[in-house]
Ligand binder design. Structure first.
Ligand code: ADP
Length: 423
């Protein structure tokens, strides 16, 4: 690793011209890659030092005008030359006295005259090696330092980018949170508004329904039979409107997390018997046949009976709506999955059926598979959404299979004991 090819510069200072010359040629002869400068006095030495970069100074102590020690003091007082090692040259008889003084000043070393050539050469070589090593070391340090600086700059840059990314992400998150809060509060406000409105609409509607029924009875009693069909139409339209409003109210309650469930234990067969009674008129309307089949010993279940009625009524009235002169069946079976008892409520019709690509939209808000046919049948597109929500909130699932043009089957599976899954 030693850069031996690099030239090192030595300054020799001696007032004796002969000494200077012999030292000069000695060094040149024995040591490679050196350049030697001569100075005949302290002043000349300082002059050379101002112009040249020197690596080592060999300095005679006894010189007229300015001696070696004074010269060394000045050299060491200057920032540019302070670091240069100085080897003092002194006559042997003065050696002890000067040695002390020389080291006191900070001499690197000291040699006695007359010069012992091998000693001089070996000392100079040692210094030069040391200086070279130092230089090499400095170079490595410099390289390392610049590497470190480079790497630090890189790190700082990537850190800056990272910080920026973090800030941007935080800002984004803040925006999303803000938008979400806004959307949520807007949605909640909408739900409250709809819930209130639905409630307010139902009251006058119930009055209309009540009075139209009373009027119909009065008309019959008073012999105005020809008025009955019109009054009946008013009543039916009002009832239809009422059911639409109920759907809207249900959806808003579900969305606002305010739908309440009341669990009770009831006999399934009894609930189904009541259902059969109430849906029969719907079935008759379009000439449909209705059959209900119950497995033996269904027993009891614990659930919200009103919600279950609503689920079945939705499915059965849809079946009736979308089937003409066909067959509609309701089948109830008991199931057992992984030791857990439950029931399947299966509603099948032989009606218009649903195209397979439309099935996935069935349970989405306001989705009506075929707007034209539905418009004819009436409806809000909310029934199946409510049905699915009620089923799932009681711990069940709903599925549908349909053959377009041939009919559909809706299956609601509920556990024997409802498990409320309301948020
Ligand atoms: P709607 O109040 O409009 O009937 P639903 O959510 O109950 O709302 O039904 C959504 C749509 O799904 C209906 O408009 C209809 O197009 C289709 N659909 C539901 N049940 C049946 C069925 N049994 N046969 C054919 N299409 C059906």
């Amino acid at each position: 690793m030693l850069a031996t090819t690099e030239t090192l510069k030595i300054l020799i200072v001696d007032d004796n011209q002969n000494n200077l010359l012999s030292l000069h040629s000695l060094i040149n002869e024995y040591i490679e890659n050196v350049k030697v400068f001569n100075a005949e006095s302290g002043i000349a030495a300082l002059n050379t030092l101002m112009k040249k970069n020197v690596d080592l100074i060999i300095l005679d102590v006894q010189m007229p005008e300015m001696d070696g020690f004074e010269t060394a003091k000045i050299i060491q007082s200057r920032k540019k030359t302070r670091h240069i090692p100085i080897v003092f040259l002194t006559a042997a008889y003065k050696s002890e006295e000067f040695k002390k003084k020389g080291y006191g000043i900070g001499a690197a070393d000291y040699l006695t005259k007359p010069i012992d050539t091998p000693q001089l050469i070996s000392k100079i070589q040692t210094y030069l090696r040391f200086i070279q090593q130092e230089r090499q070391h400095n170079r490595i340090e410099l390289a390392l330092e610049s590497k470190v600086n480079e790497r630090t700059a890189e790190l700082l840059e990537s850190n800056k980018l990272l910080q920026q990314e973090i800030i941007e992400r935080k800002q984004m998150e803040e925006k999303i949170r803000w938008a979400l809060e806004k959307a949520e509060s807007a949605n909640l406000a909408k739900s409250h508004f709809l819930a209130n409105m639905s409630h307010e609409l139902r009251t006058p509607l119930n009055v209309i329904i009540g009075y139209s029924e009373m009027l119909e009875e009065d008309a019959n009693d008073l012999g105005y039979d020809d008025l009955s069909p019109d009054l009946e139409k008013i009543g039916l339209a009002a009832k239809h409107l009422l059911s639409l409003i109920s759907d809207v109210l249900d959806i808003t309650k579900i969305e606002a997390g305010k739908m309440e469930f009341f669990g009770e234990t009831f006999a399934i067969s009894q609930l189904i018997d009541e259902m059969i009674q109430s849906v029969q008129p719907l079935m008759d309307k379009q000439g449909n046949t209705f059959q209900a089949t119950l497995s033996d010993e269904l027993g009891k279940m614990y659930a919200d009976a009103t919600k279950l009625r609503q689920i079945l009524l939705n499915l059965l009235s849809n079946a009736a709506k979308f089937t003409n002169n066909g067959l509609i069946t309701l089948k109830v079976t008991s199931t057992s999955e992984q030791g857990k008892k439950g029931f399947n409520f299966i509603v099948t019709d032989t009606g218009i059926g649903i195209k397979s690509e439309k099935i996935s939209h069935l349970f989405q808000l306001f989705s009506q598979v075929d707007s034209s046919s539905t418009r004819k049948q009436g409806g809000t597109g909310l029934g199946l959404v409510i049905t699915k929500q009620f089923t799932e909130m009681m711990g069940g699932t709903i599925s549908v299979e349909s053959d377009f043009g041939k009919g559909s089957t809706f299956i609601v599976r509920l556990p024997e004991q409802m498990k409320l899954s309301q948020e």
